[in-house]
Design a protein around this ligand. Sequence first.
Ligand SMILES: Nc1ncnc2c1ncn2[C@@H]1O[C@H](COP(=O)(O)OP(=O)(O)OP(=O)(O)O)[C@@H](O)[C@H]1O
Length: 626
Amino acid sequence: MSTPETRTFEAEVAQVLHLVTHSLYSHKEIFLRELVSNASDACDKLRFEGLANPDLMSGDGELHIDVSFDEKARTITIADNGIGMSRQEVIENIGTIASSGTRRFLAAMASEQKADARLIGQFGVGFYSGFVVADRVTVLTRRAGDPADAGVKWESDGRGEYTLEAVERPQRGTEVILHLKEDEGEFLSAWKLRELIHRYSDHVAFPIRMPKQADGGEGEEAATGEWETINSASALWTRSKSEITDEEYQGFYKSLGHDFADPLAWSHNRVEGNQSFTTLLYLPSQPPFDVMMGGRDERKGLKLYIKRVFVMDAAEELLPHYLRFVRGVVDADDLPLNVSRELLQQNRQLERIKASCTKRVLDLIESLAKNEPEKFATFIKAFGNTLKEGIGEDTANRERIAKLLRFASTKGDGAAKSVSLDDYIGRMADGQDTIWYVTADSHAAAAGSPQLEAFKARDIEVLLLSDRIDEWMLGYLREYDGRKLQSVAKGELPLDEEAKKQQEEAAKQAEPLVARLKELLGERVSDVRVSARLTDSPSCLVLSEFDMAPHFARLMREAGQELPESKPTLEVNPAHPLVQRVQSEGDEGNAGDIAALLLEQAEIAAGAQLADPAAFVQRMNRVLLG
Ligand SMILES: Nc1ncnc2c1ncn2[C@@H]1O[C@H](COP(=O)(O)OP(=O)(O)OP(=O)(O)O)[C@@H](O)[C@H]1O
């Protein structure tokens, strides 16, 4: 055989190893789950490739995963007879980091200066978790279909270098040998390993075997040379609902989603008919990593099986983007096994499965809203904003999604997002036919908007929206349950006859004032009006129906969008002393400065960017001193 070749890890691999070994220490036993999960993936891959090329399976058709240990050598071995790896694959898969997701993940972890074990765990650091308990890892592998002398031995102490060596390997598949660290002796126990397999890997669809122990006697018994299966080894979703315990559902989710936490809820269904399929869909309790990063490229967690054979991760094909936090399995009976991703995207049957998955997930969220308010609140906190994307993305379900959204409101509980559109409608006064909202950069800015004053005075509820996505979403959500949604900052206020009269009266009286303001502000405004919106503040901006909210326009500009400059309409409160000073100050006084400040403070309150902040400060100082 050849002499071992020493190679260095990519810088990122060394980084991952460092992060993993240091932050997963308190969850160190997950190494077994991760390595068993890799072995199971390898068996899945072989079964799939074996369909087109049965020779790959020849002589050894029963796929399984064997876990054993050697007390004297202080090793644990996880062996599978799955697809195995060629030399090139070993280099590509375990010496480098192929996924751009991992790179971004590392950057995020490094910038936050904290390594969250939960995140790292669910990210599926997989193979590297072996180094949490081992100070040396050996991999022996041979790809299915390759000759016996194409075996490869990979070995590393996880400190920056690894060796590669060609070896003779009679059987296909992979063996991962962990040389345990000094103080990890607790894992050298049949009882402990069995317990971990039960706890974390019971649902793995292939038999996980351990050497059979001789009966009777004390402590660890000598192995008999036979193997026995430790897990239930059936694909969980193929069993009937009534036979599956909550613990089993939860255990399956944890390994599927690489999560430590229990899922919030799940939905398991079998559809029979001219097209049959099974879905098992989970709502996590916290946002999975890829949802937080908004990544479209590496969405994992929704696995497509065809007749119980794993085909591919197909979240993009099986669910709309706004439900990307869902984890689970879809097992279709009638799709062709040789289906490619490209074909999947045009497959009519898959369209139906996707619609069914979407419906199931919305049903599940609705049932949480109805029956489990605490869990629903957790869901909204974690995924409320992601769900809002559905308002624009999923026209067919828009009304259902809108029903599930929760907002802060002037009649809600502070900043808590707890008010539904139905709650709002239920509290509407007779004759009110509009759902009012205000959008701003932050809850405080929304709650403090001058435009709210008239609504407060008339006891009309206003939804307070301060998430970035809200303004975008409202572009699609123009109506709910036959009621128009309208911004308090847009257009005319609906006034009753009495109020209308008062308003006209006030406008008439203030004509000279308005004319003066127009003259002083000139080109900076498109119009100046007497406001029916204000009671306490001197001024505010109003937008026309199709104007973009000022804070949103600012965000768009910051994101590099070119937007046409639009001139605002200024509304003033003629009863306010500051507004009155515009008239009482003569031409030599501060009238010009005050007029400008009325406009600028309205701009600030609306979250707009001042065109000339230095001039604003000078004006303010002149008026303060004046
Ligand atoms: N037992 C095995 N048999 C064959 N290939 C393996 C085995 N273990 C790991 N690999 C290969 O190494 C790659 C890297 O494994 P690793 O556990 O680091 O990440 P992963 O399995 O791709 O990610 P995740 O754990 O999120 O699913 C795998 O994608 C696979 O190609």
